[in-house]
Design a protein around this ligand. Structure first.
Ligand SMILES: [Ca+2]
Length: 58
């Protein structure tokens, strides 16, 4: 699973720098089961919102 800190690094890696406040908003949107981490399904939904292409999990 991905923590908010790792999410921050991922977003920087794809060229989207977020402030801590923005990250908290994104995390609130993405972390649908509110466990404080992003699981694979939640990440797939985030990925879709960024790229408008489903993440293929093979
Ligand atoms: Ca979660």
């Amino acid at each position: 699973m991905i923590s908010i800190y790792e999410l921050s690094n991922v977003l920087k890696a794809i060229g989207s720098a977020y402030t801590t406040r923005e990250l908290e908003c994104v995390m609130d949107e993405v972390d649908t089961n509110k466990d404080g981490f992003i699981n694979l399904q939640e990440f797939a939904e985030l990925y879709l919102s960024f790229f408008s292409v489903p993440l293929t999990l093979s």
